[in-house]
Write a protein that binds this ligand. Structure first.
Ligand SMILES: NC(=O)c1ccc[n+]([C@@H]2O[C@H](COP(=O)([O-])OP(=O)(O)OC[C@H]3O[C@@H](n4cnc5c(N)ncnc54)[C@H](OP(=O)(O)O)[C@@H]3O)[C@@H](O)[C@H]2O)c1
Length: 269
């Protein structure tokens, strides 16, 4: 794996106890690899993809770090409390929480008139992070320790398009929640930041995003001319959790190859 940092790594990550949700594939697996490389001790959450989480665990073998896996369906909101307690108990505490698990729902309001998909999306993408972050903050405050949270949001929280009302609402909500919780918990030494990825091919989207026509369409829109990688999202997460960001809270770090900055302006020669 390409390493983007110097020998000393990101300040303060070694030995940190980090819960990453949704680590069975895609961006969560990339985050796990980078944080493991940095010497963090990991609790890796998954839901249905048991093979995927095994693959993530295997991919950490090169690093000496520790990792444990834990299952939970975040649509079952009443299970989150015991899930969090289990996660907290593995290393007798946690230093950081990465709310990464999410579902990408594509539907229009006219196709979902009673909002079943809308409601499911908000449960997994917004309510679950709300409950997990709150449980994490309460536990940190009781233990008299500081903590850091990274919420994996999306550029859809900032600019969006057809089909994404549920998804964009959940991510805009997550952006807002990031800011409010940062304000509420700053005095307890708990930092809350968001990472807003652009288009990052993952197992779920690899086939469609590899199509030449699709690649051309997206690459042309991005000033940096390519998709992002799961490892790059891991690097950004490591940065946000590290001591380099000790004075950063309530921010949303956009990593999208410049897509949002460019907007819809027509190209000029
Ligand atoms: N890829 C992108 O281009 C992109 C861009 C912006 C933001 N994001 C965000 O990045 C995060 C990860 O997505 P990804 O693209 O890496 O996709 P992914 O590979 O499909 O990962 C989604 C993860 O969320 C978990 N998950 C889904 N439903 C769940 C539920 N009901 N309960 C608990 N966990 C659940 C999945 O667990 P199981 O598979 O084990 O069930 C999986 O680990 C999401 O929050 C997504 O919105 C992705």
């Amino acid at each position: 794996m390409q390493t983007l940092i110097g020998e000393n790594g990101y300040k303060g990550l070694k030995g940190k106890r980090v819960l990453i949700t949704g680590a069975s594939s895609g961006i969560g697996a990339g985050m796990a690899r980078v944080l493991a490389r940095e010497g963090a001790r990991l609790v890796l959450h998954y839901n249905r993809n048991a093979e995927g989480i095994e693959r993530t665990m295997q991919s950490l073998r090169d690093y000496d770090g520790q990792a444990q896996m834990l299952r939970c369906d975040f649509r079952q909101l009443d299970r989150l409390e015991s899930f969090f307690k289990q996660a907290w108990s593995i290393y007798e505490g946690l230093d950081a929480l990465v709310n990464n698990a999410g579902i990408v729902t594509k539907t229009t309001a006219l196709n979902d008139p009673f909002g079943e998909q809308f409601s499911d999306t908000l449960k997994v993408n917004l309510q679950a992070p709300y409950q997990l972050s709150t449980a994490f903050a309460q536990a940190c405050i009781s233990a008299g320790q500081s903590g850091a949270i990274v919420n994996n949001t999306s550029i859809h929280g900032q600019a969006t398009c057809e089909w994404f009302s549920a998804y964009a609402a959940s991510k805009a909500g997550l952006d807002a929640m990031t800011k409010v919780q940062a304000v509420e918990w700053g005095r307890h030494g708990i930092r809350v930041n968001g990472l807003a990825p652009g288009v990052v091919p993952v197992e779920r989207t690899q086939t469609i995003l590899s199509e030449a026509k699709m690649q051309q369409k997206w690459h042309d829109q991005m000033p940096l001319g390519r998709y992002g990688t799961t490892e790059e999202m891991g690097e950004a997460t490591a940065f946000l959790l590290s001591d380099a960001c000790n004075w950063m809270t309530g921010s949303i770090l956009t990593m999208d190859g410049g897509l949002i900055a460019r907007g819809n302006y027509p190209g000029r020669e």
